[in-house]
Write a protein that binds this ligand. Structure first.
Ligand code: PDD
Length: 290
């Protein structure tokens, strides 16, 4: 069951007009919220990031946080799986094709749920292979935009190489993956690039930094050079669907020992414990500020 503009219905029955600006221009934003045992993970944070994306594209938020939270919970309840990924999307609505913002169009609001597919155990235990590519995306990567053509092309670079993710470099520095954030370990310190216009502010990124602090792992948020990436002892990917994955090979060269490292192992364990805790005590939605 999905939600479209005020109604719940089976996916097969959902229709949107071809003049939807999401279809014509990719003019919209989205969120993907993992759900464990029917508990949405970091729901408030996802809804705050949605609000930030909408502000960036100057599209008024059609719902309050409480309304969004109710919609998300309703979609979860109407679908059969215990673990889900809830996808939600807002576009600038249906209007005659013209680049300028339409006057008086209502945004299109769409939510769907799918079974959550987290990485297979083999990837968790053995790590994954990645390749690098030049980050040729625009300079507003902090917006969770549905215009994902560059990310799609960059991800396909990995698929074509038999790899799991493409790690992006801009001007000699690490940005992120085509659909994930990236952490490296050098010395005993976890490093990741700062949240700015060059990366998506990942919800999992925040969780991992919090877990590092709670587990006594030193971390630093700062620019990471290509050299630092390529000579790191450990490299990790994070996202709502990948959770935390160790990268054991980058562009055909071993990362560290070629096995998932000690910092990864600790963070992975802390992440699973954190998930289990969150499932027992869901946080109530909070009002948005500002
Ligand atoms: N993508 N960076 C990019 C470009 C992403 O697309 C994603 C997530 C992330 C990680 O963000 P988070 O931890 O909040 O999931 C970073 C989602 C999973 C997707 O597009 O399917």
């Amino acid at each position: 069951m999905i939600y479209l503009n005020g109604q719940f219905m089976p996916l097969e029955e959902a229709r949107i007009p071809v003049l939807d600006r999401g279809f014509i221009f990719g003019d919209g934003v989205y969120e993907l919220i993992p759900v464990y045992s029917r508990h949405p993970f970091r729901l408030t944070e996802h809804l705050q990031r949605l609000d930030a994306s909408l502000k960036e594209i100057r599209l008024p938020n059609p719902h309050t946080v409480d309304e969004w939270a109710r919609l998300v919970r309703e979609v979860i309840a109407r679908n059969p799986w215990e673990d889900q990924s809830v996808y939600l999307q807002v576009t600038r609505g249906v209007a005659p094709r013209d680049h300028a913002f339409p006057v008086g169009a209502d945004p299109t609001v769409f939510l769907m749920a799918n079974p959550l597919s987290t990485p297979p155990q083999e990837q968790v235990e053995k790590g994954v292979v990645c390749v690098t590519a030049a980050d040729n995306r625009w300079l507003r990567c902090n917006i969770k935009s549905i215009s994902l053509l560059a990310n799609v092309l960059l991800r396909q670079v990995a698929v074509d190489a038999g790899a799991v993710e493409t790690i992006l470099l801009r001007d000699g520095f690490l940005t992120e993956g085509s659909a994930s954030n990236v952490f490296v370990v050098r010395g005993d310190t976890l490093l990741t690039p700062p949240k700015n216009h060059l990366i998506l502010p990942g919800i999992t990124y925040d969780v991992v930094l919090e877990l590092a602090a709670s587990g006594g792992i030193p971390s630093e948020v700062r620019e990471v050079s290509e050299f630092e990436l390529r000579s790191a002892q450990e490299v990790m990917l994070t996202s709502s669907t990948k959770e935390i994955l160790a990268v054991v090979e980058l562009d055909g060269r071993k990362v560290g020992s070629g096995r998932p490292g000690a910092v990864f192992q600790q963070l992975y364990r802390l992440y699973q414990e954190f998930k289990a805790r969150v499932m027992r005590t869901p946080a109530p939605p909070q009002a948005l500020t500002g």
